[in-house]
Design a protein. Structure first.
Length: 319
């Protein structure tokens, strides 16, 4: 999105994937002082080389610690500019950027200013090379929004249709909830009591399934295989392994929904919007749960929703 020749770019710095409005890539990254072999989308920045490793980063609560998420964010900006045609002629790409980020609800309260200051200072005048093209990027402003609320802005029509609506965003390490309710003037406002972050995302479930398969079947598998099992794409493992994974997933989903219920977030009586990659992966078990009402459930299948929503908010605020 663009305002007066300024590119507004939303980046969702997830614990599994990095998302923009047009791309999704794993957040694993490798750093070296020489060009990585066989890699693509290589970033050269401050005399260091960075390339995606197609694994994932160790969980980092504060993404201003270290340069990994700085490099991943800069790569995302370059990738989005390339998608928008800024670097297609092979010449230097010069761009003014407003960067729109998001943070988990309860991290947002304490990290917003630190997050904003870090990325504004480090990317204020960034010179780098990405996939062989020189970029001169001036990030003139960083906006930071609450996760989940940003995704809701990609589904604004639901706010108009419902007096109350809860967003349930299941990500890598957290579940974020945002409850919106119309006030006496008909405006949808957040109900802060129900805007929460729960530390129980999809990655601990993947780890638990891998551990059980290793113990029971003496078989080591990686996250991608477990994701294929849960998504119904895996066809080579014995049925008993898939059934074990399904059973663990069912219990895990019940645990998530039970935690929400204990926090007085009742998904049987409240219309709710599921967002995030974890929601999509666990959708079958969520639908089967007695803790939700299917008629009250809406699903955002685009895991880029937080990036798109953050971008839209910065665009409308700036316009």
């Amino acid at each position: 999105m663009q305002v007066e020749n300024i590119q507004v770019i939303g980046v969702d710095q997830g614990n599994r994937n990095i998302k923009t409005a047009s791309s999704v890539v794993p957040n694993g990254i490798m750093e070296s002082d020489t060009i990585p072999a066989l890699a693509k989308d290589i970033l050269r920045y401050n005399d260091r080389y960075y390339a995606l490793s197609y694994g994932r980063q160790t969980y980092t609560r504060d993404k201003t610690q270290g340069d990994e998420f700085l490099a991943l964010t800069l790569m995302s900006i370059c990738r989005e500019l390339r998608y928008r045609g800024y670097a297609n002629d092979g010449g230097p790409c010069v761009a003014e950027v407003i960067l729109a980020l998001d943070l988990p609800i309860e991290h947002y309260r304490v990290q917003k200013e630190k997050h904003k200051d870090f990325f504004e200072k480090r990317l204020g005048n960034a010179v780098c090379e990405f996939d062989g093209v020189l970029y001169r990027i001036h990030v003139r402003l960083v906006d930071v929004y609450p996760q989940g609320f940003a995704a809701l802005m990609s589904n604004r029509e639901l706010l108009q249709r419902h007096d109350r609506l809860c967003v349930v965003d299941i990500g890598g390490y957290q579940v974020n909830t945002v409850m919106m309710k119309k006030d006496s003037d008909g405006e949808s406002v957040p109900v802060m009591k129900y805007c929460r972050t729960f530390d129980m995302g999809i990655i601990p479930l993947l780890t638990e399934i891998k551990r059980n398969i290793d113990v029971s079947f003496d078989m080591k598998i990686d996250d991608s295989v477990v994701e294929d099992i849960l998504s119904g794409k895996e066809r080579y493992l014995p049925e008993e392994i898939r059934k074990m994974a399904y059973g663990i997933a069912e219990k895990y989903v019940d645990g998530i929904l039970g935690e929400l219920y204990e926090a007085e977030i009742n998904l049987k009586t409240t219309p709710f919007l599921l967002v995030g990659g974890g929601s999509i992966m666990l959708l079958n078990w969520i639908r089967q749960s007695k803790r939700v009402s299917i008629s009250a459930m809406f699903v955002e299948e685009d895991i880029r929703a937080n990036a798109r929503g953050a971008e839209w908010m910065s665009l409308t605020r700036t316009a």
